[in-house]
Design a protein around this ligand. Structure first.
Ligand code: AN0
Ligand code: CP
Length: 317
């Protein structure tokens, strides 16, 4: 594997899941692979899980790990070509990226959608510049349109907890006060569509995701109907994708919060969320603290997904 930016880079999912299982069972078996190799993690946005789990994955593989928060201590970066740089940004991303590439063997990048220009976001301008100009393998730690390390960890978690071969998995929108990217739901949908699970997406009207990500999923506007007999409830807020509301909060309807009444409609479903989660907006205290909540094992599997991906990239260096 050279770059890892979506489900399309992982190959056969069954084989990837088998590799993940081996990594989980024996996390220190591949330390020789990372010896004298440097992993660089670049953050344009905040993170708790991705930062720590990806560092841990690199350490488990014997790598040296360096982390940079672009917005805390680095130079402010200009990203547009052709700009006369007489403002507050002393460095251009077109120099910064190859310089970062010169200091490492593999680069992870977190760069969220900026909601200023939909085509810049959906063309993955920042991530693609890293791929084009760093000279090194690049992996996404959540880009404008996808969060594949999260989705891979979600899939690993569902495989561990499922009680039937073909579980019913429901992605539900839930309310949130701030505009959030579509990356997590897009990516989750893309990975679920690559499985043979029954997959349903539910959200209020106006929150339709891009068709490419929805794929063959059933879209159900009635959340209660969607929840019926579900085996997994995957909650997430996202802002509107469709024009003219791209990147906007168009509803904060609290009737979409995941609560015990709604969970009672399911087949005793497990509750999942990528975290961070706003309690009593997305999900009630009762549900997230219930025995059916698997948000912590889900987050723990972020080490496994990152390590499986890094191992593949290291093997191809
Ligand atoms: C981010 C998002 O919704 O994409 C990161 C989630 C992993 N969440 C927030 O910004 C709160
Ligand atoms: N789930 C996830 O990616 O969390 P962080 O934003 O804390 O990294």
């Amino acid at each position: 594997m050279k770059h890892f930016t979506s489900v399309h880079d992982i190959g056969d999912l069954k084989i990837a899941l088998e590799k993940a299982k081996q990594v989980k069972e024996n996390p220190f078996a591949d330390q020789h692979l990372g010896k004298n190799k440097t992993l660089m993690l670049i953050f344009f946005n905040s993170s708790l899980r991705t930062r720590l789990s990806t560092q841990k994955a690199g350490i488990n593989l014997g790598m040296n790990v360096i982390v940079l928060d672009i917005n805390q201590g680095a130079w402010k970066l200009e990203t547009e070509r052709g700009v006369i740089m007489d403002g507050d940004k002393p460095e251009h991303i077109l120099e910064a990226i190859p310089v970062m590439g010169a200091y490492c063997d593999i680069i992870g990048v977190r760069s969220f959608a900026q909601f200023q220009n939909k085509s810049d976001d959906y063309n993955e301008t920042i991530l693609n510049q890293f791929i084009q100009y760093s000279g090194k393998p690049v992996f996404s730690m959540e880009s404008a349109t996808r969060h594949p390390l999260q989705s891979f960890a979600d899939l690993i978690t569902i495989e561990e907890y499922k009680k039937t071969a073909r579980p019913k998995v429901v992605l539900t929108w839930a309310p949130h006060p701030k505009a959030l990217p579509q990356a997590v739901p897009n990516s989750f949908a893309e990975w679920m569509n690559a499985t043979d699970y029954e997959f349903v997406i539910t959200h209020p009207e106006g929150y339709e995701l891009e068709e490419e990500f929805v794929g063959n999923a059933r879209v159900e506007y009635n959340q209660d109907k969607a929840f019926a007999d579900a085996d997994f409830i995957y909650a997430k807020n996202w802002s509107a994708y469709q024009d003219p509301n791209y990147g906007k909060v168009i509803s904060m309807d609290k009737s979409w919060t995941v609560d015990t009444r709604k969970m009672a409609l399911t087949n005793n479903a497990y509750f999942m969320h990528c975290l961070p989660v706003r309690r009593n907006m997305i999900v009630t205290d009762d549900v997230i603290e219930s025995p059916q909540s698997i948000v912590i094992p889900e987050a723990a599997n972020r080490v496994v997904s990152a390590q499986t991906v890094l191992k593949e990239i290291l093997a191809s260096l």
